[in-house]
Design a protein around this ligand. Structure first.
Ligand code: F6P
Length: 543
């Protein structure tokens, strides 16, 4: 992969000039001057329509952004990823989540081995397992059928599946409860299992490494919870626990039978793993057919990213728009607002995808970057956000680019709810872009002293992403769109998007503090931690 700093590219310099030029213009003016703008800045990718007309851009800006992508080697880097090169250099690994959704007849050789047959072997095993659970053929130790599934995992082993199970609820079996326990806070486990019967509950222990503290703690608690119901009979574990992991040894140590282990591979990053066996809980919820439709949706977007020309390439374009605002307009955060209740966990999922990937400050050459990298991503479903933080988006001092996501059809067409929902999404896009001028406010007869407060400056950019309906395939397309957007940005920022060293330090310190808390170590901590430890102890004594 090319290791070039973006700021030395001529296109970077040009974009600095473009931003000054565009600053003098308004979206109102740009729409007025070019009646074709709404149709011109509209892109379709599979089932997704991406309206990017309300961005602070014109053809000159776009041309410079595309040049930047070329200068930074985005097309070559993309091809290297799809070919299985070890682009995750700090961990010396290929990055091949795209292989997880290749069709059966495809082939992709990684390190001398075609991975596609392996991918489909595991998918087929997952399917067989799901069909057995669904039919009642797989029984709990006491012979009861499985009525509840609890996925225990965290980060990439939780967020994607939890988001997808919620997103695809209309496609799920309603008589099977699927829950997610992630937090090491026991409350998570206690509350999620409170009304479950251990004899009809199946646990999926999902962990790439099978060493993650939170997951292993929750898994041990779950095992005890299960054993308590069976008078300590350890044979029960085999019928109530399956594992998803790359670490077969640790799984066996825990007591889960190899036959009940679904594997994946080190070339699948945690936050890119929901198409692997990490998606087992999703398949259990929605069934193999819907799961495969979701994979086909991912694959369609992979193909689009791989083959669409630059100007029509949705992930590339969204990535470049991100660069435009982060690096040239000083945007520090990015909001994603789904106008779809079923996507309520989508922003949380994207937070790990984006921030764990591109929250880096050392370039691929090992030097500190002198440009901004990944923004802070956040969001909540519309319309709820409108009655909370949208005030800041409209009239605050920060520029926050926004993705608004909505669907033509709801799964719950009740009265005029959906029309109201969509009216609100379109209204927010217009209000953000065009605002309301002083003259307009005055013309409404607003008292003079209130006029300044009722003016909206507008020029606040957004993308409006639409699709016919939220289906498994559309969800796959949407997720892959963001995966590849993150990839494009990582290449341009010249950072490694597929490692996550930044999570290690805290884990190590937590381990040492835990040793002290449990009285198993007398290792001295930093002065702040020492002080907090004594505060904690005295609070507990009082309590
Ligand atoms: O701590 C961060 C992280 O390593 C994520 O990257 C990963 O998704 C998560 O922990 C869970 O890891 P595992 O699947 O190995 O339990």
């Amino acid at each position: 992969m090319k290791k070039v700093d973006p700021i030395v590219q001529p296109a970077w310099k040009q974009l600095k000039e473009e931003v000054e030029r565009i600053r003098g213009r308004t979206l109102r003016g740009m729409f007025h001057e070019d009646p074709e703008r709404p149709a011109k800045y509209l892109l379709s990718a599979g089932d997704l329509l991406i309206d990017y007309s309300c961005n602070l851009i014109d053809d000159h800006v776009l041309a410079a952004l595309f040049r930047l992508a070329l200068d930074c080697g985005v097309p070559d880097a993309r091809d290297e990823m799809f070919r299985g090169h070890h682009i995750n250099e700090t961990e010396d690994r290929a990055v091949l989540h795209v292989a997880l959704r290749l069709p059966r007849e495809a082939s992709l050789v990684v390190d001398g081995r075609d991975v596609v047959p392996e991918v489909h072997r595991v998918l087929d095993r997952m399917e067989d397992f799901v069909r057995r659970v669904w039919s009642g053929g797989w029984k709990g130790y006491s012979g009861e059928r499985i009525r509840s599934v609890v996925n225990i995992g965290i980060g990439g082993s939780d967020l994607g599946p939890a988001m997808a199970v919620e997103a695809l609820k209309p496609f799920s079996r309603r008589d099977l409860t699927v829950r997610f326990v992630s937090n090491v806070d026991a409350t998570d486990f206690v509350e999620k299992t409170r009304d479950l019967d251990p004899r009809s509950t199946l646990f999926i222990i999902s962990s790439k490494t099978f060493t993650t503290q939170e997951t292993m703690t929750n898994a041990a608690t779950a095992r005890q919870w299960c054993l308590d119901a069976y008078g300590g009979d350890r044979r029960a574990v085999e019928r109530h626990f399956v594992a998803v992991s790359t670490n077969r040894e640790k799984v066996a140590e825990f007591g889960i039978h190899p036959e009940n282990t679904f594997e994946f591979w080190d070339w699948v990053g945690g936050r890119y793993s929901m198409c692997s066996a990490i998606g087992l809980s999703v398949m259990l919820a929605i069934g193999p057919d819907h799961f495969r439709q979701m994979l086909a949706g991912f694959h369609a977007m992979d193909n689009h990213f791989r083959t669409a020309p630059m100007e029509r390439n949705a992930p590339l374009l969204l990535g470049l728009l991100g660069i435009w605002y982060v690096n040239f307009w000083g945007a520090e955060t990015w909001a994603v607002i789904p106008y779809e209740q079923y996507l309520q966990r989508f922003p949380a999922y994207l937070q790990q995808l984006d921030m764990e990937s591109n929250g880096k400050s050392v370039s691929r050459s090992g030097r500190p970057v002198t440009w901004q990298t990944g923004p802070i991503l956040w969001g909540e479903p519309g319309t709820n956000g409108q009655h909370s933080f949208f005030q800041l988006l409209h009239q605050g001092t920060h520029l926050v680019p926004i993705d608004l996501i909505g669907f033509a059809r709801s799964h719950n067409e009740l009265g005029d709810h959906h029309q109201k929902l969509i009216a609100n999404m379109f209204a927010q896009a217009s209000a953000l872009a065009f605002g309301r001028t002083r003259e307009e406010v005055e013309a409404e007869g607003t008292p003079e002293r209130l006029v300044p407060f009722r003016v909206f400056n507008g020029n606040r950019p957004c993308n409006v992403i639409m699709a016919p309906q939220l289906t498994p395939s559309v969800l796959g397309q949407l997720i892959a769109l963001y995966e590849h957007k993150v990839f494009v940005q990582g290449v341009i920022w010249n950072i490694y998007s597929f490692d996550q060293w930044g999570v290690e330090l805290g884990k190590g310190i937590a381990g040492r503090i835990l040793g002290r808390l449990k009285g198993e170590s007398d290792e001295e901590l930093d002065p702040a931690a020492e002080h907090r430890l004594s505060l904690y102890r005295s609070l507990r004594e009082k309590g």
